[in-house]
Design a protein around this ligand. Sequence first.
Ligand code: GAL
Length: 664
Amino acid sequence: MILFGGDYNPEQWDAATWASDDALMRAAQVNTATVGVFSWALLEPSEGSFSFDWLDATLDRLHANGVRVVLATPTASPPPWFTLAHPDAMPVRPDGSRLWHGSRDTYCAAAPAYREASLRIAAELGKRYGSHPALAMWHVHNEYGTMCWCDHAASAFRAWLRARYRSLDSLNEAWGTAFWSQHYSSWDQVLPPRATQYLPNPGQSLDFRRFWSDELLARYVEQRDVLRSHTPDVPVTTNFMGPENLVMDPWSWGQEVDAVSVDHYLSSVSPLAGAADIAFVSDWARGVGLGRPWLLMEQAPSTVIADGVLSHRSPGRMLADSLGYVARGSDSALFFQWRASRAGAEMYHPALVPHAGADSRIFAETVALGATLSRLGEVAGSVSVPSSAAVLVDAASHWALQTRGLPSPHVRHLDVARALHGALWRSGIGCDVVAPGADLSAYPLVVVPAVYLLSSSAASCLRSYVAGGGQLVVTFCSGIADEQHRIWLDGYPGVLRDVLGIRVEEFHPLQPASSVGLAGSSGTGRLRTGGLWTGRLWTERLRTEGAAVLASYDSGDLAGLPAVTKHSFGTGTAWYLSTLLSDDALTALLGEIASAAGIVGSPPRVSVTRREASDGRSWLFAFNHGDGPASVPASGVDLLTDLEVTGTLELPPGGYAVIRERTR
Ligand code: GAL
């Protein structure tokens, strides 16, 4: 079964509306409701006293209606009584100001009172609902990611640092405290990076992000373990924010959840950009779970919030986009939220049942989506076939590149990762998202997009990969510093210079609106497909040390100097991009590198992915994102239409199909 439904908040409604919800959920074939995410104040109206009547009634009613429940612990929004009883557990900002209740996510997760209260409500829920027949899954908290700079956080940070560095000498060395008289002579002097006069210490800031990722993970794990003690067989998850908000390190969190769950809100109205975004986020979610099927826990029905303005996806896109996630490993299409609220901070947030009610386009599309997903039940549980290309994504590099005082505030690891992933996607090449240090041996092509921090061991993995025959594409701002944000010396990127056959002397970042032209160099200009190449965001003064030059800067101080290079290393090849090529150039270049690596992609702007079950059955998902018709080799039955496909699947522009393949 593909899970379909979403956040359901019946506590905002009366009994007549519940009856309507039941009928509409049946009409839409909703099978899953996420309940209780923000219900703490109702469930525990005063400290230590509980009131479960409405939740009992809700679970019974949903069960009677054939809807399974993903039951949340409500710890993302402590009740007002909690603030008054435990003011020390309210979060403190870097400038020392303390926040009050009145919104949500207002707590310090390192505060003992918050931990205690969270575990208490989680235990009560585990005890009361552990054997309820509606319970399908536990949903701990909501979108972990809240950081705090208070004294509780400070002491937890110090404990974390002691475990990491063992001695103050190591910490001083790692943080470079010889600069600006920051040397620590006692652990008590070490603080979170609170507001200070000028630039903060980069190592301290980076470690604080790491600390919070681990601290929040510990909070998740302790709730999870309480729930597991009541229900050892019920899966436990927590919904991650999409990769855009890398507040925690997904690679460590992915191993602690029974299913990776992700919330994804589109930010572009363009169908093409939306489809590329869905592909990136889905590949990321699958990668975080090391290939397991994952859950799209939240998306917005029919809408996109772009630059703070609500826009509608054109009719039919909610369905096509939902299939886009399933094609890349999701076993669900869940939404925030079922019914649009009448009041409250998110009253204008779109819902499957909008303010207009069931007599609306959006609800009609909800019914159509439910009917379509009900045809795909057999796909659930199957795993995505691994891709030919891998893109490295690294939370620590993302955080470190946000440090103030770097050469350009405009370089974001995730933006560069998206740009390269998008280029592969446009070329019809499937991608997995992997962590630095992952086993790369199965991938003919690996892309390293502004992976700014590389430890010597992560760099060794890349070195062995190329030496053993891999094709490696590395961009600017990769391998510049070690895992503590200390520069690798003697020319950038110090830790990869031998593999790339280059040496960078100076960074010349560009203003956001600027770009540079590139010229193909003699002899190797054959890669210059796709018209004039341009670069933006970043340039640099680099010289080759064994690499061939594929394109050079055509003007300015860097005129004639290399911009894109290629180097044979062992039996593989390493390519270097010293600037962010325009989308067309990137697509052309990566497409050529992929085909040289023996990767056969689908036609441009056609996305073809495959999921396989352990018994050998397989399903092919094909989408035509282009402007013209497309043909895809396929044989089997289209689950959306029940039509046979023999040999070739024809897709009109915007068309898609899910083929149960004949045994291949
Ligand atoms: C999510 C959150 C939901 C809801 C939604 C609105 O981040 O988990 O509770 O606020 O955003 O887009």
